[in-house]
Write a new protein. Structure first.
Lengths: 359, 482, 113
């Protein structure tokens, strides 16, 4: 989380925070940001809540970076029995925020289904069993594919058109949530596209390095539109989805106010790096549009064969427009993003430098 | 063949549709001696059932089976009768969007093309054609589209039509105010003449001047030659025939190179109750994703329902017996692709081709999926998308199956909005005619129909065609005394 | 060039066979009437399309005489052959549209309900 949340970020919500908040994937990128905000981690920001915050962390996962206020529970969403410990020894109201997921699998494509789909189903089951008050499932843009035109914006309700293995697993996860809702669970979903900010993993650092070296691959004219979500905006969206009274089963796009062009993203990152005194080479790395199509084909073939190659996956998505309309979140949740790309990227880069990460 | 019949006139107008009929009225009322030649027949409103095969036989070119070749090919239809497409289309009226007019003015360097002037003409047209909304009840097919869109929170509107209704009457009781009931009678009242069943074969030309026209008159299968001498000729044959006529006259600069259409994909949706109104279409359109994507209703008589199910007859066919419970809807897109119209020497009809871009193909898929979702929200039991091997869609999870199987090349793509094959503007690199329809490189050959629209307008184009035709016809009268 | 042709015999033969296979219970007189309609529409197709249909129709008919009409029909209705697959598609579209517009109570097997 950035050093300080904007103080004006919070408007009233309709439900009091619960006595216990459970966060899955707590040691992950989003999870870390979220539990840091919820516990206040030393200084009371707008999302600090009085109740306990419990984080699910995998048995072998490094958790040293998590604030000490977080109660750690070792377990795995793929092991249903291990989830019961999350609810142990607690009475009172409980909310679950389900952030655990695999974006780029380390070993096999099966991870997508195991973690994202079946893991979500396990979490929903456990939540239902333990009488949880409200569940927020963190979904993605990938169950919905890409926009057919650069000026198209995904509305809040869209037909599923999953983008490859990840998209299919996140779609199946949404369907698992909706099934649980039908069975009586009070669950809602937030859908952040490409998020960024402090606590980011190494692959995002690679992104900064590529821009710095003038080696970021811009496909075609770079006018493709991408919605992005700064992590503070996402935390706001999650908390509002949790604490605003709505019908269960709904989902909302949570993103920065407007989508950006790829050119704009690269230029903004360059500016943010320069502002930190880092020398940035002009970006001349342009590839024809077809390179994205070829990469997508390779990615498709590789995934069909059970292999996942991050570079091709990222490049294959690079010439697409993925742009969303957040007006439903504004209307239903009072969501109002506070940070846009220039500030968000500067925070991100400062965080990397503070961590001693070489850019 | 008997000896050629000959006619003389000041102005020969080729075609009697939205462009030709308005041009004829404006010129005749200004005192010009106008002769209209029309390839099709005069068919009284009401003598054919709307959207029936019989109507297609009598009032469409080639019985409605015309196609722009490509991958996929795009089926299109052209009116071929007195009044042209205005006699047979859905009658839905859209003013051209102001931003579109502004874009055309600057991009194609169209002189004296103030959007406010054109919108003033639109207001005249609206009163002449009695453009209005349905005073009484809507059809079930209309309500379905509105209901589905409302549940999704998607913008939808009732589109007014050029129809008159008995007081308080419902949607199916409208009387279409087509050209044979409006501008053509006006033209005749001022002395204009029309020759129906006269096909224009060729315009003879000497340098920059057209000198005469050669036609074939067909009656009861018997053909005879006809010649016409004129001072000026105005070609209003529609976006396919106009460029073919110009090319046969030797006028090729930017002619037939930039065919623009609104490609559409369709689906049939089945409901619990009877919803099919065979002789009418939905007056609602969903514009949430406009201009890229629009949704509307298609004609749905049982023959067309059967046609919509043929893409996957093995799985869909049994639904045909439930046709009263089915209605057909379309998703239309604006297209970045372009097509060609090419007259071929010695062959009657031009070759028409169209190429969809990748963006167009993606958008067709996205549009069809969103349309299917509207149907599910409206309460459809089953949705039958019109592409080969398409699955039956019953719920949202089925939509994922459908989107993963869709490819534009497998779809039954069609269009009814054809334009831009002789674009107007002073930019000669882009345009076939000047800013008022005079074909570049000629002194007396004009175009005044949908071919002039520099691009497809993103909405039903008839109002745009009429407004531009009236504008150009008035300019013509200002410059040449009757 | 003739504007309209009489029903080309090759197309009529193919349409007869296709409709008889698709809709086995369609009455003979209805099938004949439908085939006539298909022939009329093929006759007024735009020039290039008409040439294409007639050429494919002749090819399919010749192949049918050699290896059997039934077999040829199976092949071109099942395989996604470019252009060739458009031929049965056109015949079916015209035929089904005519049948259900003219006799809306027709069952999916062609029987009159």
């Amino acid at each position: 989380m950035s050093e300080r949340m904007n103080d004006d970020a919070v408007a009233p919500t309709t439900i009091d925070p619960p006595d216990l908040t459970i966060v899955t994937g707590a040691a992950g990128w989003l999870g870390t940001g979220l539990v840091t905000a919820l516990t206040g981690a030393g200084h009371a920001g707008p999302y600090h809540r009085p109740g306990a915050v419990r984080g699910l962390v995998r048995p072998d996962e490094d958790s040293r970076h998590l604030p000490e206020q977080v109660e750690l529970v070792r377990g795995d969403v793929t092991d249903p029995d291990s989830l019961d410990d999350l609810f142990a020894g607690h009475s009172g109201t409980v909310d679950v925020i389900h952030t655990a997921g695999v974006i780029h699998p380390a070993t096999s494509m099966d991870e997508f289904d195991e973690v994202n789909h079946r893991g979500t189903a396990n979490v929903m089951d456990a939540a239902h069993r333990h009488g949880v008050r409200r569940v927020v499932h963190v979904s993605s843009n990938s169950p919905f594919g890409t926009n057919g035109d650069r000026t198209d914006r995904f509305g809040n309700d869209e037909p599923y058109h999953p983008y490859l293995g990840y998209g299919r697993s996140k779609m199946d996860a949404e369907l698992a949530v909706l099934r649980a809702v039908d069975a009586g669970l009070n669950a809602v979903m937030v859908r952040p596209p490409w998020f960024y900010g402090p606590h980011q993993p190494a692959r995002q650092t690679t992104f900064f390095t590529m821009v710095k070296n003038g080696r970021f691959p811009i496909l075609g004219d770079g006018g493709q539109m991408r919605s992005m979500t700064y992590i503070d905006n996402l935390v706001q969206g999650i908390v509002r989805a949790e604490l605003t009274a709505t019908d269960p089963g709904q989902g909302w796009w949570i993103a920065d106010a407007e989508p950006y062009t790829v050119n704009e993203i690269v230029a903004t990152v360059g500016d943010a790096l320069r502002a930190e005194g880092i020398e940035v080479k002009p970006n001349r790395f342009r590839l024809p549009d077809i390179a994205g199509t070829v990469a997508e084909k390779i990615d498709t073939v590789a995934q069909a064969a059970g292999r996942y190659i991050t570079q091709f996956h990222v490049l294959g998505e690079m010439n697409k427009t993925i742009a969303v309309d957040i007006s439903a979140a504004r209307r239903d949740l009072g969501y109002e993003p506070q940070v846009a790309l220039p500030e968000g990227m500067r925070n991100s880069i400062r965080w990397c430098l503070d961590q001693g990460i070489e850019l | 063949m008997t000896r050629a019949v000959h006619h003389d006139c000041d102005v020969l107008i080729v075609g009697s549709g939205a462009g030709g009929a308005t041009t004829a009225a404006v010129l005749a009322e200004a005192g010009h001696d106008v002769l209209i030649v029309e390839e099709g027949s005069w068919v009284e409103q009401g003598s054919t059932v709307p959207f029936s095969l019989d109507q297609m036989d009598k009032q469409y070119r080639s019985g409605g089976v015309t196609v722009a070749l490509g991958l996929p090919s795009i089926a299109y239809t052209e009116g071929r009768c007195a009044g042209g497409g205005t006699e047979v289309n859905s009658g839905l009226y859209w003013r051209p969007p102001e931003a579109t007019l502004e874009l055309w003015r600057t991009k194609y360097q169209i002189r004296d093309f103030a959007s406010s002037d054109l919108l003033d003409i639109c207001a005249e047209v609206e009163s002449e054609l009695s453009v209005q909304k349905v005073p009484g009840e809507h059809t079930d097919a209309s309500d379905i589209l509105r209901r589905g869109a409302d549940r999704l929170g998607w913008r939808n509107d009732e589109i007014p039509r050029w129809m008159t209704y008995p007081e308080g009457a419902g949607a199916t009781e409208g009387q279409r105010q087509s050209m044979t009931r409006t501008y053509l009678p006006r033209a005749f009242a001022s002395g204009a003449r029309i020759l129906c069943d006269h096909r224009l074969d060729k315009i003879t030309r000497s340098g920059r001047r057209a000198t005469g026209a050669e036609l074939t008159h067909t009656v009861d299968g018997e053909s005879s030659a006809v010649t016409v001498a004129f001072r000026d000729v105005i070609v209003c044959g529609g976006a396919i025939q106009t460029p073919a006529i110009l090319q046969r006259t030797g006028l090729r600069h930017r002619v037939g190179r930039t065919l623009a259409v609104h490609p559409t994909v369709k689906l049939a949706a089945r409901f619990d109750d009877p919803v099919n109104t065979p002789e009418d279409v939905s007056v609602f359109q969903v514009k949430q994703f406009a201009p890229n994507i629009s949704f509307g209703g298609s004609a749905s008589h049982p023959g067309l329902v059967a046609l919509a199910l043929t893409d996957n007859w093995r799985d869909f066919g049994s639904a045909v017996t439930a046709w009263p419970e089915l209605a057909i809807y379309y998703a239309a897109i604006t297209s970045e692709g372009r097509g060609l119209v090419q007259a071929i020497p010695g062959v009657r009809d031009p070759l028409v081709t169209y190429r969809l871009t990748k963006r167009d193909r993606d958008l067709l898929g996205q549009g069809l999926a969103r349309l299917a979702m509207v149907m599910l929200e409206a309460g459809a039991e089953e949705v039958y998308p019109s592409f080969k091997q398409a699955p039956i869609v019953r719920d949202r999870a089925d939509l994922a199956t459908m989107t993963s199987m869709f490819a534009a090349s497998k779809a039954s793509v069609m269009t009814v909005h054809l334009c831009s094959t002789a674009p107007m503007g002073d930019d000669e690199r882009r345009c076939a005619t000047d800013s008022h329809g005079l074909v570049h490189g000629t002194d007396n050959v004009f175009v005044n129909d949908a071919a002039l629209l520099p691009e497809a307008p993103g909405v039903n184009p008839q109002a745009s065609v009429m407004a531009i035709a009236i504008r150009n016809a008035r300019r013509y009268c200002d410059e040449r005394a009757g | 060039m003739s504007d309209t042709g009489s029903t080309p015999r090759t197309v009529a033969r193919f349409a007869e066979g296709l409709l008889a296979a698709d809709l086995p219970l369609l009455a003979d007189d209805r099938r004949h009437e439908t085939v006539e309609f298909i022939g009329r529409r093929v006759g007024v197709l735009p020039s290039i399309t008409r040439f294409g249909v007639l050429a494919i129709g002749a090819g399919v008919d010749t192949a049918g005489m050699i290896v059997g009409h039934h077999r040829v029909r199976r092949v071109i209705t099942r395989l996604p052959l470019p252009l060739l697959a458009e031929y049965p598609r056109l015949v079916r579209s015209l035929g089904y549209a005519y049948i259900w517009e003219t006799w809306p109570d027709t069952d999916v097997n062609g029987a009159s309900r």
